[in-house]
Design a binder for this molecule. Structure first.
Ligand code: ATP
Length: 344
């Protein structure tokens, strides 16, 4: 069932549409991550759903009900921002209990059940027994967990996260993202998150929505978006650099890198071609390249190649037999890793 529906939502500041006719649905229990470069309108979209930002056009529906006249505190949505905004003068328990009080007057529990619920929430986020700790004594990751417990406290029907792990170092982010995913699936939480970090979005989301200048550039499962970026913009945003103009005819494309076989059914004519790095493979014969750089990535080696013709190429290969900087190699392209991107 659809929990959240945005229909033709626009937000204009002066002449400029920062959110431009966005349609988006989030199903109950679904985790959706909005992804996009800085300034693409992600936070504004969240603020619209929360009721913190009026729309210039369009409708926001929660559980089928138009939210136009529903104030922030009656929408039943939880918000967690990147600078987690904990109250420094309250202890951990006080911060989480604040989230409970935010539930509004209806069904307000007595003091005893507050304490029980706070304990339960801290257990949930992996900080059991931390009620009495001063906020200032917590690490960044711990503060993030407290902010999450506070946001979850009123059992919001929709939890919204704005760059939830933005401030933390990479290792901690990767761990927390796995924990969040497990927690949300266990609780059945419906989540709308925004991030500019594609790794985070792909790890967390059932569905990702890529934004560009206030519009949705692509929406789909992480796998769909990864395998079939809908445009050069999305491909480059995902970090793919082997994008080149091409003329596609039948099962092959003519490019500056030579002729490249493309998957059956690819669009024909003048297009852009994406070749994922895994599809640039060493071969006995093919495009001759010099190895410019070689980076060890744990599971594989990333190579930057200068071909005899065309722009530089990114390639990936196994650890065994990886060439070194200055080596000359020949590469061929595997069609399974080639995507014809619709020309802009
Ligand atoms: N109240 C405002 N008045 C005028 N312009 C605004 C206002 N709020 C946001 N903007 C502009 O709208 C654009 C989108 O902002 P928004 O914060 O939604 O982007 P974002 O994708 O979340 O970016 P970031 O990843 O940097 O947070 C930006 O160019 C911003 O400067």
């Amino acid at each position: 069932m659809t929990l959240l529906e945005l229909a033709g939502v626009s937000v204009r500041f002066g002449e400029r549409a920062v959110v431009d006719a966005v349609d988006l649905e989030v199903a109950e229990h679904e985790v959706v991550c909005v992804l996009g470069p800085s300034g693409s309108g992600k936070s504004t979209l969240l603020r619209v759903v929360a009721g913190l930002q009026p729309v210039s056009a369009g409708r926001v529906l929660l559980g089928g009900a138009d939210q136009a006249r529903v104030p922030v505190h009656r929408r039943g949505v939880g918000l967690m921002f990147q600078d987690h905004q904990l109250f420094p003068h309250r202890d951990v328990g006080g911060n989480v209990a604040f989230g409970l009080r935010m539930r509004g007057s209806a069904g307000r529990p007595g003091r005893g059940s507050y304490e029980e619920r706070v304990a339960e929430l801290l257990e949930l986020v992996g900080l059991p027994g931390a009620q009495g700790r001063p906020v200032a004594s917590l690490s960044g990751g711990e503060q993030q967990r407290v902010a999450l417990a506070r946001a979850l406290a009123p059992s919001p029907r929709l939890l919204m996260l704005d760059e939830p792990l933005g401030q933390l170092d990479r290792g901690l982010r990767e761990r927390l993202v796995v924990e969040l995913r497990e927690l949300f699936s266990r609780l059945g939480t419906t989540v709308l998150a925004v991030t500019h970090d594609q790794g985070e979005a792909f790890a967390l989301a059932d569905r990702v929505v890529v934004m560009r200048e206030g519009r949705i550039a692509q929406a789909g499962t992480p796998l769909e978006v990864w395998q079939r970026p809908a445009s050069e913009f999305v491909a480059r945003f995902l970090g793919f650099e082997n994008v080149i103009p091409a003329v596609v005819a039948g099962g092959a494309a003519v490019t500056a890198w030579g002729e490249v076989r493309v998957p059956a059914g690819s669009p024909q004519g003048e297009q852009n071609l994406l070749i994922r790095p895994a599809g640039v493979v060493q071969a006995a014969a093919g495009l001759r390249c010099e190895v410019l750089a070689r980076t060890f990535r744990g599971t594989h080696v990333a190579l930057r190649l200068r071909p005899e013709a065309g722009p530089e190429l990114e390639a990936e290969c196994g650890l065994a037999g990886a060439p070194t900087v200055g080596d000359r190699v020949a590469v061929a392209f595997s069609p399974a890793e080639v995507v014809v991107l619709p020309a802009a």
